[in-house]
Design a protein around this ligand. Sequence first.
Ligand SMILES: Nc1ncnc2c1ncn2[C@@H]1O[C@H](COP(=O)(O)OP(=O)(O)OP(=O)(O)O)[C@@H](O)[C@H]1O
Length: 345
Amino acid sequence: MIVTESLSKRFPRVTALDRLSVDIAPGVTGLVGANGAGKSTLIKILLGLAPATEGTAQVLGLDVTRDGAAIRERVGYMPEHDCLPPDVSATEFVVHMARMSGLPPTAARERTADTLRHVGLYEERYRPMGGYSTGMKQRVKLAQALVHDPQLVFLDEPTNGLDPVGRDEMLGLIRRVHTDFGISVLVTSHLLGELERTCDHVVVIDGGKLLRSSSTEEFTQATTSLAVEVTDTDRCPDGTAALRAALVAAGAVVSDAAGADGLSSSGHVLYVEASGEQTHDLVRDTVAGLGLGLIRMEQRRHHIAEVFRDADAAAAAAAPPATPATAGAPSAPHTTQDGGAPDAG
Ligand SMILES: Nc1ncnc2c1ncn2[C@@H]1O[C@H](COP(=O)(O)OP(=O)(O)OP(=O)(O)O)[C@@H](O)[C@H]1O
């Protein structure tokens, strides 16, 4: 659906995209990267609105340098920044955008009503947009991107400025754009966690370079550790320590903290290296033998951010001690520092 080949965009002082090659299939794809990573620049090039310095790109089989107008007929675009005229109602604005996309007047009005209803703005559609909340404005921007029934939409930071509830609602809406209407989505975010639930595929860029492109499932594959938490009892005032000793005596590999899996420790949790069903049975029987209560035993899945935390820790460990400042070269941790962190999802 989107193919780029060694795509670069250089401004006088900064390289926004650096030989980026990606191949994005239909579905919902997240494009994630810290602020300044090059996400908006890539979208503008893909829409044929800005020329690349070098490299090639196709959208829906159309070339971005030659076929910009044809691409924009088939692709919807929700820009990042506030771009709504305050004195105009959502209906007037979205009808106008539909007409600009080539819909005849009646179809434009009908599609506008349908689309605004879909994004949950039906009641307020005749009010001037200057009085809208950030969430309502984001919904109008989404509606105008969908109104001409595109095959694909580019959504640039659609959750920006939203509170957690608004963010969840927007992510749900984005998922339904694909499931209800079959429209493919490329959605950008600087938050790793929120894309985990919404996207089939995630592309991570940093400093204009491709860091990773994988299915969400691959990112969040099951870890090989069982997280186990138990109660204390009169007989075992420190149930966790007793369980640890018993499991080690039985030959299990146990740790308190994130091991190779990158799982974070939370005090009373033990991580037991799992080697199949028998590990579950061993934990169950050992807990029962000690008379402890089993609070939880679960095989966790990775969060996307953990994948990058691990990669960064490995890079830092591999760096020569004399040059710690340059250690973690491709700066994936930007993404986690930005608050996307493991549990934003
Ligand atoms: N017109 C321009 N002239 C000069 N530099 C630019 C221009 N547009 C973008 N840049 C620079 O290119 C880099 C990538 O910017 P871009 O807007 O694509 O990042 P982004 O990942 O979308 O981040 P954000 O969400 O903060 O916009 C940044 O360093 C930015 O300052």
